[in-house]
Design a binder for this molecule. Sequence first.
Ligand code: DC
Length: 225
Amino acid sequence: MKIRIAIDGPSGSGKSTLAKNIAKTLGLVYVDTGALYRTVGLFAKRNGVLLEEASKVTRFLPEAEISIRYTEEGQRVILNGEDVSNLIRTPEMSMYASAVSAVSSVRTFLLEIQKRMAAEGGVVMDGRDIGTVIMPDADVKLFVEASPKARARRRFEELQAKGDTSTEKEVLEDIIKRDANDKNRAVAPAIPADDAIFIDNSEMTPEETLAHSLMIIKEKLRRTL
Ligand code: DC
């Protein structure tokens, strides 16, 4: 049986670290769906679409070809033949991703690639609507949370390590803004699936979060197999 694990949660909750660690431990493929929205965000910016007018990206979408490739460095995202994986990891692209992700044509555009990967199975996918829209029949659904303060601290440290000059206050403000955008949008809002299992890891290390999640996964699989 090819397992499918859905991990949703807000930005900075540590869900991508957790998803990567679960994939490594259980020998599954890790699919980072946020990277797809970030890539559309970059594509929008390159086409002169302003952050406040994200829906204008719609008419450019037929010119975007986005694919995912796996290398030793993990998942890479390719936009019209160019590997943009590093370019999409900036605070500006986080805001662009959040803005374009509220546009229904963008969600439809990215649906097929995500559904295809979900259908292949043997995956851990993380995002905002994995348990509700992309894999409503996943074997295990986790919803990972942490306090906004804990999330801002982690994001801030990540960005600092990359030489970004944003302050912790700015990172926290961005997180609060993005949470509101993502939760309140009309299409596929970032809300937990009814059958998701919650993990609040504000006070947990990545290792503790992994151990706790593996326990939940094993218990869930034991009951369904
Ligand atoms: O996980 P992330 O921070 O890379 O995601 C960037 C943005 O993309 C996030 O603000 C919301 C959006 N997103 C989404 O709407 N649905 C997903 N499955 C993944 C991300």
